[in-house]
Write a protein that binds this ligand. Structure first.
Ligand SMILES: Cc1ncc(COP(=O)(O)O)c(C=O)c1O
Length: 407
């Protein structure tokens, strides 16, 4: 069947106060950094927003019952997870959810554990809540990133209360398997930790051989110690509309979470509700075609990175983000280097892993190809200059360096 949606269509984002594009306003730098995509949202979402705007009254709005039912349906159909409506709490964003959770669990000075590299707010939320952060590393085991659970166990102290988990994982693109999730859950049970599972990328699993499993779907006992955060914002490209939710089955934990929000966290705006409902109810076909398109982009990135001297990455299982090891390039500041070459990537430092880069491939393939070409050319030039500067080097060695650079 031929696709119904055109992800190659250029939608000019200049002049829209786009965070992603305005960073490089007036400069020829392709923005592949912050995690939003350059695609127009599903037509059904745009139509629902237009109808809501046409109504003309934008008063305080309750979470629509039809939206809550749509969330129940999508979690059940996509991940086999049955949730009750009363488990839902609506929040304007997941960063807000991570910060509320950090305040809701434990007390001043208590510990929060997470795995690095990770989306930077995981690393900043605990301190903002007066908590102490401990980290354990993810490490590359063959061709995939894995959690170092022994290191996690060592990082847990007597005052550790909370584990912040990212699944699917930003930035490595891993979708944690059932075995891995059960191991993490067992660790949390042993140390009586609350788990906060950020599942914002769960609608974007690209690898046909893996499936997303919500942490709280593993067992009622695990669910009772889990706060799950999710949103339609990444999947349907509506992050600017600020509509997200927490799923908290345990009534005591839910009360704690809501108390931490009280008087501080604003209502979700009504256009966010409208877009979320249309996305979940009518965005299925669009999402499935988006995933096909992203698979093509992911393969293109992987192939290009494999051909670039000094860069290394592994195929992502989910998300539109590639995590690239640039340490072998010998570049002091890889993000700055590629920015100067006309490609804006995220620096690995704030993710807890300097020397790495994150590349957002949620864009038109033509633009992506252009960015990858620029990266390749810049690296080839850099390697060439390096080879020249090694003047004392044997002629044969110089040749080897040059051969590593593929056009
Ligand atoms: C893992 C993860 N959590 C949260 C967010 C941000 O969520 P929000 O915009 O809803 O605050 C992102 C955005 O990139 C993310 O990747």
């Amino acid at each position: 069947m031929s696709p119904s949606f055109d992800f190659d269509r250029l939608v000019d984002r200049h002049g829209t106060a786009s965070l992603k594009w305005d960073r490089y306003q007036g400069r020829d730098i392709i923005p592949l950094w912050v995690a939003d995509m350059d695609f127009a949202s599903p037509p059904a979402v745009i139509k629902a927003l237009q109808a809501r705007v046409e109504h003309g009254i934008f008063g305080y709005t309750l979470p629509p019952a039809a939206l809550e039912e749509a969330v129940q349906t999508i979690l059940k159909e996509d991940h086999g997870w049955e949730i009750k409506r009363e488990w839902l709490t609506w929040i304007p964003g997941l960063v807000c959810g991570l910060n509320v959770t950090s305040r809701a669990v434990g007390g001043p000075g208590d510990g929060v554990l997470t795995f690095t590299p990770v989306y930077p707010p995981f690393l900043t939320a605990p301190a903002l809540a007066g908590r102490t952060l401990a980290t354990a590393p993810l490490r590359l085991g063959g061709n995939r990133w894995e959690m170092d659970l022994a290191a996690a166990e060592r990082a847990i102290g007597p005052t550790t209360r909370l584990l912040l988990l990212c699944n699917p994982q930003n930035p490595t693109g891993r979708v944690w398997s059932e075995v891995e999730l059960l191991e993490v859950a067992a660790l949390a049970c042993r140390h009586d930790l609350i788990i906060c599972s950020d599942e914002i990328h769960s609608g974007l699993v690209l690898d046909k051989n893996v499936r997303h499993i919500p942490m709280a779907a593993l067992s009622p006992a695990i669910a009772s110690r889990t706060i799950t955060l999710n949103a339609p914002s990444k999947t349907y490209n509506i992050p600017g509309l600020g509509c997200s939710f927490a799923v908290i089955p345990d009534s005591g934990l839910r009360r704690q979470f809501r108390e931490a929000m009280n008087g501080i966290v604003p209502h979700v705006n009504l256009l966010g509700f409208t877009a979320a409902q249309a996305a979940y109810q009518e965005g299925g076909q669009w999402r499935s075609e988006l995933i096909d398109y992203l698979r093509g982009n992911a393969a293109m990135v992987q192939q290009a990175i494999d051909g670039m001297p000094g860069l290394h990455s592994v195929q992502v299982e989910a998300t539109y983000l590639a995590w690239i090891d640039a340490r072998q390039t010998g570049l002091e500041n890889p993000a700055q280097f590629f920015e100067q070459a006309g490609v804006g990537l995220s620096d690995g430092g704030p993710f807890g892993m300097p020397g790495f880069l994150r590349l957002n491939f949620g864009c038109r393939r033509e633009l992506l190809a252009c960015a990858l070409k620029r990266m390749h050319a810049a690296l080839a030039d850099h390697a060439g200059r390096q080879a020249e500067s090694t003047s004392g080097m044997h002629e044969g060695d110089k040749g080897k360096i040059k051969k590593g650079i593929q056009p």
